[in-house]
Design a protein around this ligand. Structure first.
Ligand code: FAD
Ligand code: SF4
Length: 502
């Protein structure tokens, strides 16, 4: 029986973030561990609602009130078992998820303070590691069937683990030199240190999953060869086609880059150094892409932009502006527009924002300004209004509002246009739809029989929690396609959408 008064006795409280002055000198995670006592108090705030709306917010179907109560009563082993029953990688979601479950928590009604669900989640996961690591669950018998997983992000890894535990022989193919997808070289270490991925890889390897890095399917191995080797294929190649702005004057100037180019270069430096200390970042051809001493302009307002901001500060930028096309969102839920328990449009402040930089809202870039040598020296912006007309976005610049910001390094973090156009698609006979994604039938198969799709490649750029949910569901469909006995958990179907009012 949960404590019905817990939320009256304890306020919502998160662990203090490491001081800004300290954390921008290294790449370590921003949050230190919360400590068992704080987490027990926070878990005690959960009311174990008769209808736990937090469940509706989470596509994984996490058993949130169950593990909150297990933490409250000190049953940490049972808590991690309950957590792993629905989520292969709670140490990733606990650190990185924006927590739609918290937006849907009953305690958040009327602008009140929801349970710190994801902090409880990450503490359960980390405590399990501290108590003895992640035990592998190898299965004794093999079904004799084999599956290729293309792409090693959270969708591919979740599917691989589910299928290996069901007795199938699983090989994960990754074109990068390391496993993890965006978790590895997209998301910086100050949000997710990479030992968490390495630990999971070790667990999956002990469960029989084979990893092949540096293999670009469609180039190094053809689709036909892959289909010859395996009984089923899962495509989990992500949505890595960065949106660009080719029509903006000055776009070809040196110093104007896609955000991912900057993030990958920075993360590779951290991975190579291994000691967590900052070092200059360069592109594969040796071109510097480091923010040290530079005026940086980041265009975009989401996760990717905030990650560029944190990286720029750690590299020692002289100053950073982050530009957003839209006006500043409200600081709290607008109940008319986004009633509880839906995901609200509110101003999202990431830890990177308290490290410095200026956010400028409701502006659009008119020109990247040349210094006369082909290198960017500034960004000319104008204040704008944004309207929807006939389903199209119409951006109107306000006359006389133009001004120039200094910029030696400009990073485009304006979203993704679906999965990349690459040889693998035509070879498998699957096409990108109007959103740049790959459609799935209700059983997660693409237009090609025996070829399944999951994660961002299917959904478009989304979240880790959705990638894991889709990976689990696609694994269940593959298991059934291969004639496996029983059924695996399938938390979502391909048509499932986040909880929304409209
Ligand atoms: C900078 C950034 C920050 C983010 N921060 C967050 C966050 O804080 N919280 C959150 O929930 N989400 C975040 N996201 C989104 C999240 O990372 C993605 O939704 C998630 O990683 C998608 O997982 P996936 O497995 O579908 O694909 P990915 O993680 O993109 O992995 C796809 C993999 O497929 C590989 N691949 C592609 N083609 C081939 C091929 N032909 N052969 C072999 N391998 C191939 C790629 O190299 C890549 O490793 C962020 C995204 C970005 C870009
Ligand atoms: S909605 Fe909030 S209070 Fe209710 S069960 Fe879920 S986490 Fe606990």
């Amino acid at each position: 029986m949960p404590d019905p008064n817990g939320f009256l006795r304890y306020e919502r409280q998160l662990p203090a973030r490491r001081p800004v002055a300290v954390r921008i000198t290294d790449w370590r995670e921003v949050y230190p561990p919360a400590g068992a006592e704080l987490i027990r108090e926070q878990a005690t705030r959960c009311m174990d609602c008769g209808i736990p709306f937090c469940h509706d917010g989470c596509p994984l179907g996490n058993r949130i009130p169950d593990w909150n109560d297990l933490v409250r009563t000190g049953n940490w082993d049972a808590a991690v078992e309950s957590l792993h029953a629905t989520n292969n990688f709670p140490e990733f979601t606990g650190r990185l998820c924006p927590a739609p479950c918290e937006a849907a928590c009953v305690l958040g009604l009327g602008g009140q303070q929801p349970v710190t669900i994801k902090q409880v989640e990450v503490e359960i996961a980390d405590a399990a590691v501290a108590r003895g690591g992640l035990n592998p669950h190898p299965v004794p018998a093999s079904t004799g069937r084999s599956v290729a997983v293309v792409g090693s992000g959270p969708a591919g890894l979740a599917a691989a683990q589910q299928l290996a535990r069901a007795g199938h022989a699983v090989t994960v193919y990754e074109r990068d030199d390391a496993i993890g997808g965006l978790l590895r070289y997209g998301i910086p270490d100050f949000k997710l240190e990479k030992q968490h991925i390495d630990r999971r890889m070790a667990q999956l390897a002990a469960e029989g999953v084979q990893f092949r890095t540096g293999v670009n399917i469609g180039v190094d191995v053809t689709a036909e060869e892959l289909r010859g080797r395996h009984d089923a294929v899962l495509l989990a190649c992500g949505a890595l086609q960065g949106r660009d702005t080719p029509e903006t004057p000055g776009r070809p100037l040196r110093g104007v880059h896609q955000a991912m180019t900057h993030l990958v270069a920075a993360n590779r430096v951290v991975a190579a150094a291994g000691d967590g200390r900052p070092a200059p970042a360069v592109l594969p051809d040796g071109t510097p892409i480091d923010a040290a001493g530079r005026h940086v302009v980041i265009i975009g307002g989401g996760d990717t932009a905030a990650d560029c901001l944190g990286v720029a500060h750690r590299q020692g930028a002289a100053g950073v502006h982050q530009l957003d096309l839209y006006p500043e969102p409200p600081h709290g839920r607008d109940a008319e527009r986004d009633p509880w328990p839906t995901w609200p449009w509110v101003l999202r402040n990431y830890p990177a924002h308290e490290e410095g930089g200026d956010r400028v809202f409701a502006v659009a870039v008119q020109e990247f300004v040349d210094d006369g040598t082909g290198q960017v020296k500034g960004v000319r912006i104008a204040e704008v209004t944004v309207e929807r007309r006939d389903g199209r976005r119409v951006v109107t610049a306000l006359p006389g509002s133009e001004r120039e910001l200094p910029a030696d390094l400009v990073l485009l973090a304006i979203g993704f246009e679906g999965t990349e156009e690459q040889p693998l698609l035509a070879q498998f006979g699957v096409a990108r739809n109007a959103r740049g994604a790959v459609d799935a039938r209700p059983d997660w198969q693409t237009d090609a029989d025996g070829v399944f799709v999951a994660g961002d490649m299917h959904r478009g750029a989304s979240l880790i929690v959705w990638a894991i949910a889709e990976g689990r569901a696609a694994a269940a469909a593959i298991h059934s396609y291969l004639g496996g006995t029983g059924s695996l958990p399938a938390p979502v179907d391909p048509a499932r959408q986040p909880l929304a009012a409209r």
